[in-house]
Design a protein around this ligand. Structure first.
Ligand SMILES: [Zn+2]
Length: 180
């Protein structure tokens, strides 16, 4: 009987620790493009289900998507239960397991290999990234473009993704000390 109480206490401590840790574990932000010109939550859920039929979660593979006016409004940010319940992402390969587990995935709808994202998308992406980085105290060096992560072999988020400008803007906004 005594043993059982000890076990219960241990389980309780672990549960509380996980409950506190789980939503606060985010350490990376990984940026993607959808590679298709049309996109919204339903569409990306369907694609994810087809590609990753073994994953038990019926959700998009990212935590957020940013619309391009084709499927959802230009610059609108959407998410589903992957973020609502702080579930792991399925947005990088198995080579970077930790970046799925502790990395928030943001996907810009569109094929940024062929064309630039819209100004509204860029503004939303910047705003969302800054908000998440501040909220979870994520280092700017841990905000990455998918294909630039070691071990990933993809062009995602496309050659037209303005990574230099994005990092410069992030730097400005994240080191701005007079904000909250
Ligand atoms: Zn990607």
């Amino acid at each position: 009987m005594k043993k059982r109480w000890k076990l219960l206490a241990v389980v309780a401590v672990i549960t509380v620790a996980m409950y506190l840790y789980w939503p606060n574990r985010w350490k990376y932000i990984v940026i993607h493009h959808s590679a298709g010109n049309y996109g919204n939550i339903e569409h990306l859920q369907k694609i994810h289900n087809q590609r990753q039929s073994k994953e038990p979660i019926n959700a998009i593979s990212y935590h957020y998507i940013i619309g391009n006016g084709n499927g959802m409004p230009d610059g609108d940010i959407a998410s589903d239960k992957r973020k609502e319940y702080n579930l792991w992402g399925v947005h990088v390969s198995g080579n970077n397991f930790d970046k799925n587990l502790r990395g928030l995935g943001i996907c810009v709808i569109g094929n940024l290999e062929n064309r630039e994202m819209t100004l509204k998308q860029y503004k939303s992406l910047l705003k969302l990234t800054v908000k998440l980085a501040k909220e979870h105290d994520i280092d700017i060096n841990n905000i990455e473009a998918h294909g630039k992560i070691e071990g990933e072999s993809t062009k995602c988020p496309g050659k037209k993704f303005p990574f230099k400008r994005f990092k410069k803007d992030l730097n400005k906004l994240l080191t701005n000390t007079d904000s909250d």
